[in-house]
Design a protein around this ligand. Structure first.
Ligand SMILES: [Zn+2]
Length: 318
């Protein structure tokens, strides 16, 4: 299959929106969306006011609520207008996301209704097939609004600040995994990045992604569902991966009484530097300090726990 160019991607979206008016309306609304930049040390992010995302940010993702609704990623429940694009991984379907965060926003769903319990390595193949895009994954407890149906999403890789950060500070000569603590920057949280080359060592580095985990701040237990991951092909042609281990899905600010509360519920896009804020009142009073607090409560500010470093860099002494 020919790799997907940006022109292909745009025409896929255009043809979908011609026949799906509700999705078209949501895409058109993106034109008037407010954004503001926030500088958190060396991590330059943006907040996006996006009221339509309340259905995702405020989604009930506990087991009972999920079991009680019909799955919106299963083919039989999807709107008849939702087309699925040609795709190189046969067990998956490419879908235009009808509630977009950005003008290019896909959901790639497994054809089978199987749970969101591992980082799918097929994302490496997807990245190779569509070099303008970054493919990202929300663990079932780290932002997925369909934790019962395996899926990932994709956007233009230039839109997510974490990709540029990893490309700039993780040198391409350094194949394998590296902790962002070694970037020598002031970051609101730390993560693991990788440069994957096409040799045996590269395959081994890639395989470690699947069993990545976060650590629940309440129970202290390792959890494969508390992770976000990003896959893309960098300009140098190598596969890049970022894994962000999480300690919680939602920050304490989410649970405060009305008036003090922030309805912000970070998934992969937020963690990557585009903080989605559905309510205007939260958007207006969001400061860099509040954003930094949200990151430090949901991911690891300071050092990454030793067991996480040891997973990616076995035998390291850090
Ligand atoms: Zn399903």
């Amino acid at each position: 299959m020919q790799p997907l160019s940006i022109e292909h991607i745009n025409s896929l979206i255009e043809s979908q929106l011609m026949s799906w008016h509700e999705a078209k309306r949501n895409f058109d609304r993106l034109m008037e969306i407010e954004r503001k930049p926030l500088q958190l040390g060396d991590f330059h992010i943006a907040a996006q006011l996006n009221p339509a995302r309340i259905r995702s940010t405020g989604a009930a993702v506990d087991k009972a609520s999920v079991a009680a609704r019909s799955c919106f990623l299963c083919k039989e429940n999807r709107p008849a207008m939702q087309m699925s694009g040609e795709w190189p991984t046969p067990e998956w379907e490419l879908l235009v996301n009808p509630y977009p965060i950005l003008p290019v926003h896909f959901t790639i769903a497994a054809k089978k209704h199987i749970p969101q319990e591992r980082i799918p390595l097929e994302m490496a193949m997807m990245a190779e097939y569509a070099p303008p895009l970054v493919f990202f994954f929300n663990g079932a407890k780290a932002g997925a609004s369909a934790p019962d149906h395996l899926h990932c999403q994709a956007m233009l890789r230039s839109e997510l600040p974490i990709t540029a950060l990893a490309e700039r500070y993780h040198p391409v000569e350094r194949a394998g995994w590296m902790s962002s603590e070694e970037y020598g920057l002031h970051l609101p949280f730390n993560f693991m990045s990788a440069v994957i080359k096409g040799d045996m060592a590269g395959l081994e580095h890639l395989a470690l992604t699947e069993s990545a985990f976060g650590i629940d701040s309440e129970t202290g237990k390792k959890d494969n569902e508390l992770v976000n991951a990003f896959f893309w092909i960098s300009d140098s042609g190598y596969l890049r991966i970022v894994v962000v281990p999480r300690r919680a899905h939602r920050p304490s600010l989410y649970f405060l009484p009305e008036g003090e509360r922030f309805v912000i519920s970070p998934g992969a896009v937020d963690i990557a530097g585009l903080l989605i804020v559905p309510r205007k009142e939260d958007f207006d009073r969001l400061t860099p300090e509040t954003a930094a607090r949200i990151y430090s409560e949901t991911a690891f500010s300071g050092s990454l726990p030793k067991e996480i470093i040891n997973h990616f860099l076995p035998g390291s002494h850090s």
